[in-house]
Design a protein around this ligand. Structure first.
Ligand code: ATP
Ligand code: MG
Length: 635
């Protein structure tokens, strides 16, 4: 029996039971067998939910980059660590070996040191999806500096807020970035942000698009010449297991983003362990996660998890629609990708397009498909399973959060039988609870409630940077002795979990709790519908009624809206019941989305309640322009 790589379902249950019976033994064995420690821990775990405080592998010392790089040099020096696929398909892909990556990380680490960055200092990384982004993350970790990666699609205002929130003293950026047909002047955005950030002493600039940029003397430096002079040898800073490794902001779907702090030891063990189990990575596989490194998915499943397992991790600079909607599949074919991990928003966007974009490519290398970020609706799940996976590659619908550090609920491909829209079972070491409004645990199956986690796991974020009170209030106050996820879930008759959306998205209609995800699911079954979002709005009689914002597929665009409305409500009646019928249905050109592709329901909720004066900050939206249009055509 191996915990590290579970091979069949009985083994899963066995390992799971062991992880609950004796969590310290379970995680201690994993940590001991699969990682390189400079000093062993005194204690696997100590915790207190009321403070809250969690310490994993206390007393241990390590450097995560020795686990991701140095230890592979004896056996995998010439194996590709990073496979870089540029935005432009004409530009050559880069195969960066473990040895090369090691040297590039050491060189940049030496440059950081030379610029005065020390252990514990915060470095903001605002880079496109190019190899230097991974190198920068690891260079910080090498010297014990805390990285804070900010997604390079954010505005200067959003960037400035994040730089100031964690007092970064350095920013690493590039002249600009390529995104499909467009180029973006990143350096200009940084310059504007830095007008509000007096704490930043230095800016290192990578050349990517060869654009003209302004360089502030003594503050801004091109990275290239500094790297040329730097030594390729940089001893790793020895870190305590509980020293911070990075700060990462949540995507802000529900309010102001929170700077989650992850630490060196627990995060390493958790991201690596979950990577190995969920993706079933084997030595010569090519693994590809399409997320941006600006999100937790990118941190854990492009950089740390794969590299700690000596994997080949593909990094894609571009977008799924450039030069056409076949780009993802072209890349899968070109690099013989074995594991492919993406988000529902991408799946839905690609499912709108002609199947010829898929059919013209050989996808036979694929073994495992993954999805993360939002509940995946049934239609999208099937589309993914049939057209991409050819019903051969299991779909791992994996649930996790910035706060959890790594995947918590997911089928283990080839082990756990999948079920559309279900994230299925908790990974070993993850103890879930569903709670009711009175704070009692709901036992048994065929129930739904608020999703909580009742025992610590190594990847749990330890605090919100600079605001431990908010950490406590947000996650540990609703239910005593538990971590509250903010999401709702149901458990079916076999014990499988389905995430029904955020608890905020549960609307009480005539006294009935209505999760919005299952209703959206029913709507999305309609052949003319591309995407939908349901929110509640105040109603005299029902308390709340349901309002649907729906975008149509191209094929549905000429259709009579009133006919569509009644067909949609018929579908809802059929799938869920008449109680879930929508009072209002508005057809829109688009839905407001976060930069990570999630529908921002809080904005729609305000519009539905005729409160569109107070939308709050919408500058971090992917498509702020749709908001006015939705307001103008609201019902
Ligand atoms: P904020 O916390 O600032 O509002 P956010 O929750 O969108 O932002 P993330 O940490 O990136 O930021 O996202 C985690 C959330 O994404 C989960 O709480 C859940 O709502 C949703 N999610 C992630 N994966 C899945 C999944 N497989 N199924 C359903 N929902 C998912
Ligand atoms: Mg969240």
């Amino acid at each position: 029996m191996s915990h590290y790589s579970i091979k069949h379902i009985e083994e899963y249950y066995q390992v799971y039971r062991k992880s609950v019976r004796d969590p310290e033994l379970f995680w201690g064995e994993i940590a001991e067998e699969h990682f390189l420690w400079r000093k062993k821990w005194d204690r696997v775990l100590s915790y207190d939910f009321s403070k809250p405080e969690f310490k994993w592998f206390e007393g241990a010392q390590l450097n995560i980059t020795e686990n991701c790089l140095d230890r592979h040099l004896t056996t995998r020096a010439n194996k590709t660590a990073l496979l870089f696929e540029p935005n432009n398909p004409e530009e050559k892909a880069q195969h960066i070996t473990y040895k090369e990556l090691y040297e590039r990380v050491c060189k940049l680490a030496n440059v950081l040191k030379q610029k005065g960055v020390k252990k514990g200092d915060r470095v903001c990384i605002y880079l496109p999806m190019i190899p230097e982004l991974t190198v920068s993350v690891l260079a910080c970790a090498r010297i014990g500096a805390i990285h804070s990666v900010v997604f390079a699609g954010f505005s200067s205002k959003a960037l400035a807020t994040r730089i100031n929130d964690c007092d970064c003293e350095m920013v690493i950026t590039s002249d600009g970035s390529y995104r499909g047909h467009k180029t973006i002047d990143l350096k200009a955005i940084v310059d504007e942000a830095l007008e509000q950030c007096s704490g930043v002493k230095n800016v290192l600039v990578v050349k990517r698009i060869n654009s003209e940029v302004s360089m502030t003397p003594n503050r801004d430096f091109w990275i290239e010449p500094l790297l040329k002079e730097a030594s390729a040898n940089c001893p790793a800073e020895i870190m305590d297991a509980e020293d911070p490794l990075f700060v990462l902001y949540t995507s802000g779907s529900t309010g102001t983003p929170k700077g989650m702090v992850h630490t060196c030891g627990g995060y390493m063990v958790y991201s690596a362990y979950t990577f190995k189990n969920v993706f079933r990575y084997e030595e010569n596989d090519v693994y590809w996660c399409t997320a941006d490194i600006g999100w937790i998915t990118g941190h854990s499943y492009i950089i740390y998890g794969p590299l700690a397992n000596g994997a080949t991790s593909l990094m894609f600079e571009g977008v799924p629609s450039y030069p056409d909607f076949g780009r993802f599949w072209e890349i899968v074919e070109k690099h013989r990708v074995n594991q492919f991990y993406t988000a529902p928003t991408a799946i839905r966007a690609l499912a709108k397009e002609n199947l010829k974009f898929i059919e013209s490519h050989d996808l036979s290398s694929l073994k495992v498909l993954g999805t993360v970020g939002e509940p995946i609706n049934e239609e999208a799940w099937h589309w993914y399973n049939v057209n991409v996976g050819k019903k051969r590659s299991p779909v791992a619908d994996s649930w996790f959060q910035t706060e959890t550090g790594g995947i918590m609920i997911s089928p283990i491909p080839y082990v756990t039988a999948t079920k559309p829209t279900y994230a299925t079972l908790p990974l070993p070491g993850v103890q879930l609870a569903l709670m009711d409004e009175n704070g009692d645990e709901i036992k048994g199956n065929q129930v739904d409630g608020r999703l909580c986690i009742k025992y610590p796991w190594p990847g749990i974020a330890r605090t919100i940077y600079g605001n431990h009170k908010r950490y406590k209030d947000t996650y540990f106050s609703a239910f005593k002795g538990m971590y509250f996820t903010g999401d709702g879930a149901l458990r079916d008759e076999t014990g499988y979990y389905r995430i029904t959306g955020r608890v905020d998205d549960v609307v009480i209609v005539s006294g009935h709790n209505m999760g919005t995800a299952p209703i959206e699911d029913a709507i999305n079954e309609h052949p003319a519908v591309a995407e939908s979002a349901i929110v509640g709005f105040p109603h005299d009689i029902k308390g709340n009624a349901l309002y649907g914002f729906i975008t149509l597929k191209e094929t549905g665009e000429g259709r009579d809206h009133n006919n569509l409305r009644s067909e949609i409500n018929q579908l809802i009646t059929e799938y869920i019941g008449p109680i879930a019928k929508l009072d209002k249905i508005q057809f829109t050109k688009g839905l407001p989305k976060t930069r990570s592709g999630k529908i921002m329901r809080r904005i729609l909720r305000k519009i539905a309640s005729k409160d569109s004066e107070n939308l709050g900050d919408i500058s971090t939206l992917l498509n702020p322009e749709v908001v006015q249009d939705i307001i103008d055509t609201s019902l």
